[in-house]
Design a protein around this ligand. Structure first.
Ligand code: MG
Length: 356
């Protein structure tokens, strides 16, 4: 079984396409007056936050998620233009149509990023990536970067290597070398806090992490620790899951201590609803939602799921479902809360009601 799995992974050819400064690049494309200038897309004024900054603006240190006023301090001549999501969405669907000429296995991560599984082609994945990028440029006037690798993890890291308008390929033979000096900060899921913990253990690069035993990593960092053991070796078995086949999106939280009062679950639930909402908007805006689901696991390990028709994840509805489920479960302490939505099928009637 393990042998088979390894061979399967070896055969996989994954491309991660990432558009260069997508929103800002579209604004510069559509308005010649701001080409070559530091441009950011986002809300202006003190309360606004930048979504994307052009490369000219990045040279001044302007970054996405930065408040507008801070960006203007760094770069007083910065031109902040309002977001035009309808335009970005329509360019994104143009780009998806191009992807569709090469594969059906497309997993969008956001409007400007996607994984393509091109394992079925004899052609080298690098050549396919070059062709995809060329067609994108010819048809939209925008540049994209690509990472190519035997799995999603490697392809995603590699797409950053030759940005902008470039591509980098990690071959199955080159994985060990590629990962060796990689800072752990580059790994998916390793945020600031995790980085600090790892640095405290003397783990700075993947080579440092590779010296650690799987069991010890799992003990220190839980399930994620066991995954890190694979991740730092460039091993990743996740499949490219196309949005067409995806049925639902959900988030789960297991509490370190069981929660006995249902109202104490609400702040956590509010955050989870927002996360699910963001995920739907980013990846599945073309699909729409058909129902909302709340899942509860209790201190005696029994569980219950409550589902109701909905067109979007919503806190108020979530609260109703939560209370209903909690009562149904006998008002016991809660150890796990799940918030999710079921996605509408393509061509579903509920989609027409949504007008998408
Ligand atoms: Mg991008």
């Amino acid at each position: 079984m393990e042998r088979e799995q390894r061979d399967e992974v070896r055969r996989r050819k994954i491309i991660h396409i990432d558009m260069d400064c997508f929103y800002a690049a579209i604004e510069q494309r559509d308005n010649p007056a701001i080409r070559g200038q530091p441009v950011a897309v986002g809300g202006a004024g003190r309360r606004g936050v930048l979504c994307t900054a052009s490369y000219e603006a990045r040279e001044f240190g302007c970054r996405s998620a930065m408040p507008g006023f801070k960006a203007l301090e760094l770069c007083p001549q910065l031109i902040i233009v309002p977001v035009r999501f309808e335009v970005y969405r329509s360019v994104a669907s143009q780009i998806r149509a191009i992807f569709g000429r090469f594969t059906e296995q497309i997993e969008p991560l956001s409007l400007d990023e996607a994984y393509l599984d091109v394992s079925h082609w004899e052609t080298s994945p690098g050549a396919i990536a070059r062709e995809v990028r060329m067609q994108i440029f010819e048809e939209t006037g925008l540049t994209a970067s690509a990472g190519i690798g035997p799995n999603k993890l490697l392809a995603k890291i590699a797409s950053d290597w030759r940005k902008p308008n470039g591509q980098y390929e990690v071959t199955p033979e080159g994985v060990a070398e590629f990962m060796h000096d990689m800072p752990v900060a580059k790994l998916w899921g390793v945020g600031k806090k995790m980085q600090e913990k790892l640095h405290a253990l003397g783990i700075y690069t993947c080579a440092d992490m590779q010296k650690w035993d799987k069991f010890v990593l799992a003990q220190r960092f839980g399930k994620w620790g066991a995954e890190l053991y694979d991740v730092c070796r460039g091993v990743d078995h996740r499949e490219v899951s196309s949005s067409r086949t995806r049925k639902s999106i959900s988030k789960e939280t297991t509490f370190s201590e069981n929660v006995s009062r249902v109202q104490d679950l609400l702040p956590e639930m509010a955050e989870m609803v927002e996360e699910v909402k963001k995920s739907v908007e980013k990846k599945y805006s073309d699909r729409g939602v058909k129902s909302m689901v709340i899942k509860l696991k209790f201190d005696d390990f029994s569980q219950t799921t409550i589902e109701r028709v909905a067109t979007a994840p919503d806190f108020k509805l979530g609260k109703e479902l939560l209370i209903e489920g909690w009562k149904r479960g006998g008002q016991k302490s809660v150890r796990l809360l799940g918030v999710g939505v079921k996605l509408a099928d393509e061509g579903d009637d509920s989609q027409m009601e949504l007008g998408v």
